[in-house]
Design a binder for this molecule. Structure first.
Ligand SMILES: *Cc1c(COP(=O)(O)O)cnc(C)c1O
Length: 468
């Protein structure tokens, strides 16, 4: 059979509130054209993020009922620890309330001024936590990973030559840790090959530098290895995952991604001294080491989620349905970042809307139109997010103006995705009518969360809608 079906059926449903374009115009105006300010109940298809938005299975909800809320030594912790160690066999597993808490603790313990932390591409919270400790985060992804049109199968790979050159230049004594992010979220959800992880480990070992994996999408990465890397086609996902982590000395994890839960994370490592320091910091900000920042029931939901996320049927559906969306947009002539990554499709709004200057935010204009036209919420990743410089005044175009369609895990069906495709095809047919935008108010930092926008010619847009 060629038709790929969702490998689950639906036992519990959540109604979507249907809205008209006129209603959505009112909601969007009240939100000052900032999609983060919308009430989510007024969104039909929410593709803002894949983080913490997964549907849990019947087995996970059942596991929640078994959660033991003892302060210390809960059996929920032991089930969690066993499930993590089955895939990631590190000696110390330290639960946290989410990924960034694991990062904060790790870099408080080993970061600091004068130090460098290397990665293929640091995720933004990772980068921010490294800099907060006084250390410097360095990105060393391969050149193909920076080119949106390159079809390289493992665009998340570390540039091994640059890695070694950097270590030689700055001195291994100033590099307490090297990381590798799988899949490379900031680079478009692109996978890293097993061979590249092995080579990264080899260089790290040569210079005595521990290697940690930012493991958020480890299962999606393992599936790409199975599909694309010669020699892995007949291996189970579990054994690929186990091999990946056999090359690492520890990991940070956001359970809101590939543990199929709505909150949680962990920090894991083999180094006993580091673990002692990290557990002491954990007690200050998260909680006792057998619950971290979580409830016992959350630990049980993670344990079950980790069993489910390595099922090949699930991963096949997950990766193929993201690819299906990307391939249909490509076929319709809508420019996207290629090849499609694991968790999201990124539309190149600057290429799609060449009549809108980068400083008039083509990504924001497209994201707003997706909401007005079809109630779809996506996320601008471009000049709105990155254009404002550190002085809080100067503005420069970001390197790209993208709109990210992040796909929540096990939430939407094929017909939801077909609806998204149809909406984008219709928008693309009328793309010349889309207008640039301006910012009427913004904070000095992280403006994308709260800035207020309007269309450059918003009266005209409004009239057109009413005539429609
Ligand atoms: C989401 C994410 C994090 C941070 O995790 P949170 O749970 O959101 O704090 C770190 N690294 C990567 C690659 C991520 O995708």
């Amino acid at each position: 059979m060629r038709t790929i079906i969702e490998p689950f059926r639906i036992k519990s449903v959540e109604p979507i509130k249907m809205t008209t374009r006129e209603e959505r115009l009112v909601y969007l105006e009240n939100a000052h054209y900032n999609l983060f300010s919308l009430d989510s109940e007024n969104v039909l298809i929410d593709l803002l993020t894949d983080s913490g938005t997964s549907s849990m299975s019947a087995n996970q909800w059942a596991a929640i009922m078994k959660g033991d809320e003892s302060y210390a030594g809960s059996p929920s912790f032991h089930r969690f620890e066993k499930a993590v160690q089955h895939l990631m066999p590190f000696s110390h597993i330290i639960p946290t309330h989410q990924g960034r808490a694991a990062e904060k603790i790790l870099f408080s313990a080993i970061g600091g001024p004068g130090k460098y932390i290397l990665n293929n591409t640091h995720f933004d919270t990772t980068h921010a936590n490294i800099e907060y400790s006084g250390a410097i985060g360095v990105d060393l992804v391969i050149e193909e990973g920076k080119n949106p049109q390159s079809e390289h199968p493992f665009k998340g790979n570390m540039d091994i030559e640059k890695l070694e050159a950097f270590i030689k230049e700055k001195g291994a004594e100033n590099i307490p840790l090297c990381m590798i992010t799988i899949t490379n979220n900031s680079g478009g959800g692109q996978p890293v090959s097993m061979d590249n992880i092995k080579q990264t480990k080899y260089i790290c070992m040569k210079y005595g530098i521990p290697l940690f994996i930012d493991a958020c999408r480890f299962a999606e990465n393992a599936y790409f290895i199975k599909m694309r890397e010669p020699g892995f086609e007949n291996q189970s996902i579990e054994s690929i995952v186990q091999e990946i982590f056999s090359y690492a000395d520890g990991c940070t994890m956001s359970a809101k991604k590939d543990a199929l839960v709505n909150i949680g994370g962990w920090l894991a490592m083999n180094n006993d001294d580091w673990a002692l320091t990290c557990r002491n910091l954990l007690i200050l900000t998260e909680g006792f080491p057998t619950y971290g920042g979580l409830a016992g029931r959350d630990l049980d939901a993670i344990a079950t989620g980790l069993e489910e996320v390595v099922h090949e049927d699930y991963l096949h559906y997950r990766i193929i349905s993201t690819q299906y969306l990307g391939d249909h947009l490509t076929k319709a002539g809508i420019p996207i970042m290629r090849p499609v990554g694991g968790h999201a499709v990124y539309i190149d709004a600057r290429a799609m809307l060449p009549h809108i200057q980068p400083l008039q935010y083509p990504g924001q204009s497209l994201a707003c139109e997706m909401y007005l036209h079809a109630g779809i919420r996506a996320c601008e990743i471009g000049t709105v997010m990155f254009g404002l410089q550190a002085d809080g005044v100067t503005e420069l175009p970001a390197s790209m103006d993208l709109v990210r369609l992040a796909i929540p895990r096990r939430v939407y069906t094929q017909s939801h995705i077909d609806y998204v495709i149809e909406a984008l095809v219709e928008i693309n047919e009328n793309k010349n009518s889309l207008k640039g935008m301006k910012i009427n108010w913004q904070p000095k930092q992280l403006r994308h969360f709260s800035a207020r926008f309007s269309h450059i010619d918003s009266d005209e847009i409004r009239k057109k809608t009413i005539i429609d």
